[in-house]
Design a protein around this ligand. Sequence first.
Ligand SMILES: Cc1cc2nc3c(=O)[nH]c(=O)nc-3n(C[C@H](O)[C@H](O)[C@H](O)COP(=O)(O)OP(=O)(O)OC[C@H]3O[C@@H](n4cnc5c(N)ncnc54)[C@H](O)[C@@H]3O)c2cc1C
Length: 433
Amino acid sequence: MAGLAAAKALSSFFDAVTVLERDVLPSAPVARSGTPQARQVHVLLRGGLDALSELLPNFETELERAGAVRVRIGSQFRLELPGFDPFPRRDLGFDCLSMTRPLLEFVARRSVLRENNIALNPNCRVTRFLEVPGRDAVAGVCYEREDGQRYELAADLVVDASSRGALTLDFLNRNGSPPPEETEIGIDLRYATAMFEIPSLARPDWHAVLHRPASESGRGGLLIPIENNCWQVHVNYIHGAAVPENIGDFIASAKTLRTQTIHAAIKDAVPVGPIRRFVFPCSIRRRFEVLERFPDRLLPLGDAICRFNPASGQGMSVAAQEAVALKRLIEARALDAQPLKGFARSFFAAIQGLLAAPWATAESDFIYEKTRGQRPHDLSERMSFTAALQRLASEDAAVHRIMSEVIHLVKPSSALRDPEIVKRVSALMAASI
Ligand SMILES: Cc1cc2nc3c(=O)[nH]c(=O)nc-3n(C[C@H](O)[C@H](O)[C@H](O)COP(=O)(O)OP(=O)(O)OC[C@H]3O[C@@H](n4cnc5c(N)ncnc54)[C@H](O)[C@@H]3O)c2cc1C
């Protein structure tokens, strides 16, 4: 997703953009081995949809035509939070689109490939970045095709959207540049996803359900409508042991959630396909922004910079927002004598605001005792603030809307630091001491 979004973002400023993808790309919306996580539920937040729509014309319409389901946030998306089962339902003024990750990727890929100067070359595994002799800069990439043949491709700018970021780290290492510091939040999140036909007699008063875990259990769940009249459902356990391996166990595990909403919906529904499982060890943030040196003509993007607890559904949206930031930055420098000089450092600075809210959400996993990593010194204050904010939002529609816009990455987290909101939240915090 980061690679596709970046290709489109760059296409107006370069003669040609080439995307090298190690997988053979399917001609239909189905999962593939290079993105194993794509078999799990993937939520596209409103902020991510807005960013992709800014890059890809008519993207929302195209997604809906392909089968994505429109869900109104607040009124049709049932939110279950500890202490609020459910959170008050209200129309918050915006929708999201719900679909499988393969469908989203398929529609995005089709849209990107309409651009005449973008080529997508499947079956090409990048093995390393090439350097400009005697300069701290990347000159292109070396890649391998399935038959083992090696090729080189020269480039003015190389974007590393390979998710792991290993190619960037390897280049820094070979080049004698220090690697970025990595901050990890170890959560050992275990995931299982299943699909069900939506029963013809099902008439729930919601279209989707998000069940956030309580700190005692760490068990969460999510049910979303997807294309072809199905529900995609996941259960996840932070620091959990095994996740269900078959449908019977999956349905039984939904029964162990705090509420019975998801269990009641799926217990008699017809399953579609097998259970898919995944283990996510830790959220990781690479601090490229504090490096004193970074090679020219190289730019990591998306998960290569930061990966978040997937249960918060932020990774694709942040990647899309980073691509929009990339487009704006390159636009602003287009007339400079050397537009790519020091480009990555400006980019890293520009995206810190985008990473702040999702990373703060990832840090909230420190409420679990077993979470590994450096606990923020103000964690308990943050948790009290969030608890009081949720109480205020449950009573006040305007605050509920702002809180949801921040969660959906439509507004920055600073929107919640509005003095009036802070005053009211502080009063609730003081009253609960
Ligand atoms: C279990 C799970 C659930 C998730 N749920 C959500 C969710 O609900 N919402 C959300 O927004 N995000 C979610 N995410 C995160 C999301 O999947 C990523 O953040 C998102 O895909 C952006 O990642 P990316 O584009 O950087 O990498 P990816 O999407 O992983 O893409 C990397 C691409 O690079 C290719 N590649 C890798 N190495 C090479 C190479 N050497 N040469 C050529 N090609 C290469 C791969 O084949 C792949 O196509 C979830 C993640 C997990 C693990």
